[in-house]
Design a protein around this ligand. Structure first.
Ligand SMILES: NC(=O)c1ccc[n+]([C@@H]2O[C@H](COP(=O)([O-])OP(=O)(O)OC[C@H]3O[C@@H](n4cnc5c(N)ncnc54)[C@H](OP(=O)(O)O)[C@@H]3O)[C@@H](O)[C@H]2O)c1
Length: 280
């Protein structure tokens, strides 16, 4: 087997979309530097063309080591897939600032840190930045505020970066999945349940119905979601395309909601979301 001549970095590759993407891109013939946070995940993931690295994207030393690993490799960095993420969801009033900061530390500042560390290599090799967004980065459902805020922020960062580096031949692409069957459902439910327990009696009075609707919604995402391999295939396409689109959706829900979000007035969308969450 020949040694791949190009690198790709995938963050958050221990499970879900990240793992499926690392495996898919290795099959595409790229050498995948796959970021994981635990040694046991590294051992599980290691395979032909998949080289796990310990990478917590909120850890400055890990991010600097990744930059050095890529710079010292000598091969072209074809793409960075900013996939790592967490989902902290609760009504705005109930969520302490430290939880908002944690959401942003991982899903915004961590993405930016990795992007900044690897941009010199991406510019040198006219590579690509692939940011994993979400339908929640286009439509903020009630109780999804922190996660949606982080994903909206990354939409803006992606637009700005795309316009900054286009003239140097670097493409910036946002992948917008709808529901995908991954660990995020379980961890999202566990986090929301923990946060609910910290609510005051008044907040329980105001938001218990909403939190029950939230849990039903997340369970429906898990039931109806597409497999992570489907997202991996779209990411593979965005990397391989000669002239990629600026945005790709994954799954039928995203394909429907994203175009609608551009044209439906706010008040109408408010009513649609209340009905969808059975809040009426
Ligand atoms: N599932 C969906 O329905 C859906 C829909 C739209 C968008 N997305 C997006 O898709 C991406 C992947 O999520 P997923 O659904 O595949 O969920 P997942 O299975 O929970 O994967 C999340 C990944 O992020 C990693 N991660 C979390 N915090 C990290 C940190 N500080 N540093 C480095 N890695 C970290 C996790 O590592 P550990 O195992 O170490 O925690 C895991 O590998 C996320 O950006 C998510 O927002 C998912």
């Amino acid at each position: 087997m020949t040694r791949p001549s190009e690198l790709v970095v995938v963050t958050g590759a221990s499970t879900g979309i990240g793992r499926a993407t690392a495996q898919r891109l290795a099959l595409d013939g790229l050498h995948v530097l796959a970021g994981v946070r635990r040694q046991e995940d590294a051992e599980r993931l290691a395979a032909v063309n998949v080289e796990p690295l310990i990478l917590d994207i909120t850890n400055d030393d890990h991010v600097a080591a990744l930059g050095e690993r890529v710079a010292g490799d000598g091969r072209r960095l074809r793409a960075l897939v900013n996939n790592a993420g967490i989902a902290i969801n609760a009504p705005v009033e109930t969520l302490e600032l430290k939880e908002w900061r944690r959401q942003f530390d991982v899903s915004v500042f961590g993405q930016i840190a990795v992007t900044r560390a690897l941009l010199p290599a991406i510019l040198a090799g006219t590579g690509r930045v692939i940011n994993i967004g979400s339908v929640a980065g286009r439509v903020a459902m009630p109780s999804f505020g922190p996660y949606a805020a982080a994903k909206f922020a990354m939409e803006a960062v992606s637009d700005a970066l795309r316009r900054e580096v286009a003239e140097f031949g670097v493409e910036v692409v946002v992948i917008t999945p709808g529901a995908v069957r991954t660990n995020m459902t379980e961890s999202g439910i566990a986090t929301a349940t923990r946060l609910s327990e910290g609510m005051t009696p008044e907040q329980h009075g105001r938001y218990d119905k909403l939190m029950a609707a939230f849990l039903r919604q997340v369970e429906a995402f898990a039931r109806d979601g597409v497999e992570p391999e489907r997202a991996a295939a779209v990411i593979s396409r965005a990397i391989a395309a000669r002239k990629p689109r600026t945005r790709y959706t994954v799954g039928p829900d995203a394909a429907m909601v994203v175009p609608l979000s551009r044209i439906v007035p706010d008040r109408l969308l408010d009513r649609v979301l209340r009905r969808q969450m059975k809040l009426n």
